[in-house]
Design a protein around this ligand. Structure first.
Ligand code: TXA
Ligand code: MG
Length: 342
């Protein structure tokens, strides 16, 4: 497996505080304070786990993230190990605000304009990494750029404030699987591999952030929770798109991703024998992304519907056509990857 190069260190190779944490991990899974409440007590506990090099999943407005101290190599390596993430696909650094982001990367005019317009929110900016920030080289996969985002969720903001440092966080799912939009999705996918999940209920956007590189001409690296049209409007010109899955500029843009267990057929207007149908608008299904064709609702429900199809044991999945504008573009991006050959 691709992640074999990143292993959890043996207990005797790590600091005493981490041994305690590893031991607590077992106690926690047995007694189940594994799920932390989204109040000050839970956030203080979560921040403490991060400070000691542990892994905490937390809600953002997009999806649940799997957080670690972005300055701690070992903690960041544990993210890759827990997810089985191909080594080394760089991670997004989550920060409490623009000032904290400016401490680790350089903002040009475009980046400043986008951050001012969309932060906190579902926009990730790829920017030049500053020198001597303390950010682990594993976070950036050794690149001289870094992806940064200020999440728009009270629990994420509360955790970042309580921790007081940069938090590296990919989506909290096993690599290649469906992203989590509830604490239960996280527990089902990564339960015994992480220290805790702060349960903040379902994520209201439901799709990962839009990623824009501002290293040169602003370029869309991943469609996501903020429509590309809104970003182009803010910049005052169209956004270059870099979506070539064979040579991904954003290494996470691998073709097979977000995959449910079953085979996926897209743009289906009628169900075939043996298929479970995921509907949208006028195309009815066994379940629907949005009965009245609302793209915002469809985005928020997408990953939960895919998780439900897995839970139903659906082997053949037909999915209704989704209009390819606004959030529909990000939905279609995820669906195309869910349907890609594996
Ligand atoms: O909404 C989100 O963005 C969620 C929540 C938790 O914030 N996070 C998320 O992270 O989706 P992840 O790891 O699943 O996706 C991060 C993406 C990957 O495609 C990665 O390749 C890209 O960001 N990325 C990170 N650093 C980069 C860099 N320096 N240059 C280009 N792409 C980068
Ligand atoms: Mg992901």
């Amino acid at each position: 497996m691709a992640d074999d190069t990143v292993m959890q260190p043996a207990y005797w190779q790590i600091e005493p505080s981490l041994v305690t944490l590893q031991l607590e991990r077992h106690v926690m899974t047995a007694q189940s304070p594994f799920l932390l409440s989204p109040d000050q007590t839970g956030l203080t506990r979560a921040a403490d786990i991060l400070a000691r090099g542990g892994l905490v999943s937390f809600p953002t407005e997009t999806v649940y993230g799997l957080g670690a101290d972005a300055r701690n190599d070992r903690a960041v390596a544990a993210i890759f190990a827990a997810k089985g993430r191909p080594s080394f696909n760089p991670l997004i650094v989550h920060l409490g605000g623009l000032v904290a982001a400016q401490a680790i990367c350089d903002f040009n005019d475009d980046a400043r304009r986008l951050a001012t317009a969309f932060w906190p929110g579902a926009l990730t900016l790829v920017l030049p990494l500053r020198a001597d920030t303390g950010i682990s080289r594993l976070v950036t996969a050794g690149l001289d750029s870094v992806a940064v985002r200020v999440p728009d969720h009270p629990v994420a903001a509360g955790l970042l404030a309580a921790f007081g440092g940069p938090v590296a966080a990919p989506s909290a799912n096993p690599s290649g699987r469906i992203s989590p939009t509830t604490a239960a999705h996280v527990r089902d996918g990564l339960g015994d591999r992480i220290d805790a999940v702060v349960d903040g209920g379902p994520c209201h956007v439901g799709l990962e952030s839009t990623i824009v590189s501002c290293l040169g001409t602003p370029t869309l690296l991943r469609a996501g929770g903020i429509p590309a049209e809104a970003i182009a409007a803010c910049l005052g010109h169209t956004l270059t798109t870099a979506e070539n899955p064979d040579a991904p500029t954003s290494p996470g843009q691998l073709l097979s991703h977000y995959a449910p267990q079953g085979q996926v057929r897209l743009n289906a207007t009628q169900v075939r024998p043996g298929e479970v149908m995921l509907g949208f608008g006028p195309v009815q299904g066994d379940l629907t992304l949005s009965a009245n064709g609302d793209l915002t609702e469809a985005a928020a429900r997408l990953f939960d519907c895919l998780h439900q199809l897995d839970a139903m044991g659906a082997a053949q999945i037909a999915i209704a056509p989704i209009p390819d504008h606004g959030l529909g573009r990000a939905i279609n991006d995820r669906l195309k990857r869910a349907a890609a050959p594996r």
